[in-house]
Unconditional design. Structure first.
Lengths: 270, 309
């Protein structure tokens, strides 16, 4: 919000790096964990229900005797994959539409802004829920719904920054020299918004992962056998006393992932 | 005046968007929508093909999508939401029934967050870089990374399962408010505090603020006369935008705590594909956002007349 009394630059840098490392650590666990300890996230063995950690299942077993380690790794691939796909789609759409609105102005601008404002008035989770009701397939629905929610932020930022840049003397000079829109975008607009887009993408990914987990937790997101962060938590909640580690694993993983994303976005308030 | 027109257009667009989304949802329901609606209207035992055909003709469900969509939107704009497919009650009555519980919860949560967040933020903002400022930054960053449902889960585990201090679910008594409201308030307060802190730090560094101290006002008088009013503007604006977060939180937290409110109803409606109910609730929430922000526009213009110009 303010540049006058912000945290020093060096600290900000360190914070971003800590966040990035945290995210990298969680993703490394998700991608490499199952390679180090092979196992099946769906295989049940009721004899081992809620049993503690052992060599084949370093985080113990859940209430149906499935390895928490492998379910967690699977869940930590699923949510970030959907979130990333949604953020990429939303970012691209926001970038294109935002630049278009700023460059064309007039009715294009007015219609797009009105649409974005209307979407802004609706709670994101609600939109995702409605899209989940329309689109067949939960993962696809999440991707479509989250993209629909997230593009607005990218659009607003791109439009605001692009408008300022387009009015600058540098761009006017470029145009007078006969450079086309592609050149102007590449040399003037993109460097101006790149960092901002990255920050927004980090926040957007966190929002998306939160949404998937929250809907899983209240039983309206991913369906039962799929390992998903929120779903794992609600499944393991009743066994909190018998197997605290089983419940804590997804909780800690989710927190680490979200904290990492928030930190990597930098210390600016959203 | 101009902002009110903009808000009016926003409200209209919200209605059209919700209409389009729920219409698509209705069309994509498995099975014949006419039978479903007929069942909703006349009861499951009284549905036959004649009743379904009557509904189909009336709503234009059999025909091309466009006229049907226009009829659908027309109903929506006349605020005719129809009846719930599940209970058979008019949607308006259902929403009115559930609204009270949600409003009470949301109000308590916002109040709680305002009691926790801004005072801490203002004290921290008076000394940027001080001990409290640093601690607050760490705590609020940590809290922001905890989704509301996780906060609810942690509060339930710690306060009601482990220490048996408070009930984990239930509704009606004052103590039932504490956990769900706290789960919502902590997340809101984390952001409130940062907004208040940034605003206070910015205003505290301005020349007019230093001048107020220099002309002999005590720190307390300076804060009360010159600080608070300026801090309240970004805080209020942000509170309006936070309404969306609050609603999302209410939906999730109500589902977790079994709170009989609008969010709980929404989750159930989605679960059973009760489209009129989803439509009514979504429209109600969207329009509330527009209304609240229109009010906040007016209030901030009053507090800070520079904005009205």
């Amino acid at each position: 919000m303010t540049d006058a009394v912000m945290i020093p630059r060096a600290t900000d840098h360190a914070v971003r790096w800590t966040g990035t490392l945290l995210v990298a650590a969680v993703l490394a666990f998700a991608l490499l964990g199952p390679l180090a300890v092979p196992g099946d996230p769906f295989a049940q063995s009721l004899l081992k229900a809620l049993a503690g950690p052992e060599a084949g299942a370093p985080l113990g077993y859940d209430h149906l005797g499935r390895s928490i380690f492998h379910r967690l790794a699977h869940a930590l691939r699923l949510s970030p994959a959907i979130a990333l796909a949604a953020v990429l789609t939303a970012g691209l759409a926001g970038l294109i539409l935002g630049t278009l609105a700023a460059a064309r102005g007039g009715w294009t601008d007015r219609v797009l802004v009105t649409l974005a404002d209307a979407l802004l008035a609706l709670p994101g989770l609600l939109l995702v829920l409605i899209v989940l009701g329309i689109v067949p397939g939960t993962a696809l629905g999440f991707w479509a719904g989250l993209s629909l929610v997230l593009w607005v932020e990218f659009f607003r930022l791109t439009r605001a920054a692009t408008r300022d840049t387009l009015a600058s003397p540098a761009v006017q000079a470029s145009r007078l020299l006969g450079f086309g829109p592609a050149y102007v975008f590449r040399t003037h607009i993109w460097p101006e918004i790149a960092l901002m887009m990255l920050t927004t993408a980090a926040f957007g990914t966190a929002t998306a992962i939160m949404a998937i987990a929250a809907l899983g937790f209240v039983h309206v997101g991913m369906r039962a056998p799929t390992p998903e962060l929120g779903l794992m938590m609600v499944e393991l909640l009743p066994y909190w006393r018998e197997a605290p580690l089983a419940l804590l694993s997804p909780v800690i993983a989710t927190f680490a992932l979200l904290l990492g994303l928030t930190l990597s976005a930098g210390s600016r308030t959203p | 005046m101009k902002t009110l027109v903009t808000r009016g257009i926003q409200a209209l667009m919200v209605a059209v968007l919700i209409g389009a989304a729920t219409f698509a949802m209705m069309r994509s329901l498995p099975g014949d929508a006419a039978y479903r609606i007929a069942a909703g209207r006349y009861g499951y035992d009284n549905v036959d093909s004649a009743a379904a055909d009557a509904v189909r003709d009336e709503l234009g469900l059999g025909g091309p999508a466009l006229p049907a969509f226009l009829t659908w939107l027309g109903d929506l704009l006349r605020l005719d939401f129809g009846t719930s497919l599940v209970t058979g009650q008019p949607v308006i009555a259902e929403i009115g029934h559930q609204l009270g519980a949600s409003l009470a919860l949301a109000a308590v949560a916002v109040l709680l967050s305002l009691l926790i967040g801004p005072p801490l933020g203002i004290i921290a903002g008076l000394r940027p870089g001080g001990a409290l400022d640093r601690v607050l930054l760490v705590v609020s960053t940590g809290l922001k990374a905890v989704p509301q449902f996780l906060m609810a889960l942690i509060l339930i585990l710690v306060l009601s399962v482990q220490f048996r201090l408070l009930p984990a679910a239930g509704h009606g008594e004052a103590r039932h408010f504490i956990l769900p409201a706290l789960a919502l308030a902590l997340g809101l307060a984390a952001v409130n505090a940062r907004i208040a802190r940034d605003a206070m730090a910015r205003i505290g560094a301005m020349p007019f603020y230093s001048f107020a101290r220099w002309k002999g006002l005590s720190p307390r008088q300076t804060l009360l006369r010159h600080g608070l009013r300026n801090v309240s503007v970004p805080l209020l604006t942000y509170l309006g935008l936070q309404f969306v977060t609050l609603v999302e939180g209410v939906v999730v937290v109500e589902a977790v705590f079994g709170w009989p409110g609008i969010g709980h109803a929404l989750v159930h409606a989605i679960f059973s594909r009760d489209v009129p109910m989803v439509q009514g609730t979504a429209l109600f929430l969207g329009l509330s956002f527009v209304l609240i922000n229109a009010v906040i526009d007016l209030v901030t213009a009053r507090i800070d007349p520079r904005r009205a110009a």
